[in-house]
Design a protein around this ligand. Structure first.
Ligand code: SF4
Ligand code: SF4
Length: 228
């Protein structure tokens, strides 16, 4: 090995010393997560607080891990729980089986079941791993996911969880760009359209901001460092 090539190797090392640090002290620090990451599920509500789940059991039928259990029940005439004939009277997800494939989310006709960005939760017995309807339902005031004592929620993981996450796959057709394809939801109203590659895109409203952009804003620069 020649002397120039020996010291040439150090050039790479020294250049990296000036780059922003990318190591995070997980789990004390969490990195921002992609907007469509599949975390713990939520059951959503309409803007008037009614539950979106109509107890149709399609999510349970499509689940490849057989981990959803739903029972529908007729809505009480005086005090309906959902706008449909029925509502999800029993709703359970067994997280010892769930593989977070999101097929339940895609199958749901009412955007009732979606996923948050939070996947840091654990259990010490099997019964605790089965989330019930009362735990999965979003709060009836602000529409935010409930933060249960054994879950590790951080800023932003409870936002942008519902509605738009599901019905936003227009098969690549530009005809759907900028079109709202989902219903309103409690606490958020009707979310802005996800505009694909058009200039109607509203990334802030949908939370569809690239991780690179978020990281660029958060990672501290060292003197002379460049963010690529
Ligand atoms: S994410 Fe997949 S495995 Fe989990 S409950 Fe939904 S369909 Fe089943
Ligand atoms: S979550 Fe959706 S698919 Fe599942 S029972 Fe409720 S309405 Fe039907």
């Amino acid at each position: 090995m020649t002397l120039p090539s020996f010291f040439g190797g150090f050039k790479v090392t020294l250049r990296q010393v000036l780059e922003p640090r990318v190591t995070h002290q997980y789990p004390r620090e969490k990195r921002p997560k992609p907007p469509r990451i599949h975390g713990r599920h939520v059951l959503n509500r309409y803007e008037d607080g009614m539950e979106k789940c109509i107890g149709c059991e399609l999510c349970a039928a499509v689940c490849p891990a057989d981990c959803i259990y739903v029972r529908g029940k007729d809505n009480p005439r005086d005090e309906p729980v959902s706008p449909g004939e029925r509502y999800g009277y029993v709703y359970e997800i067994n997280y010892l089986r769930c593989i977070h494939c999101d097929m339940c989310v895609e199958a749901c006709p009412t955007e009732a079941i979606t996923e948050s960005k939070m996947f840091e939760f654990s259990f010490t017995n099997r019964a605790d791993a089965i989330y019930t309807r009362s735990e999965l339902l979003v709060d009836d005031e602000d529409g935010m996911p409930q933060q249960l004592p054994w879950e590790d929620w951080r800023d932003g993981e409870d936002e942008h969880t519902s509605g738009w996450m599901r019905a936003t796959a227009p098969s690549g057709s530009a005809a759907y760009e900028g079109e709202v394809q989902w219903s309103g939801e409690l606490g958020y109203g009707v979310r802005a359209p996800e505009g694909g590659q058009s200039d109607k895109r509203d990334d802030k409203a949908t939370g569809n901001i690239s991780i690179r952009t978020v990281e660029r804003a958060k990672i501290p620069r060292k003197a002379g460092g460049k963010v690529r």
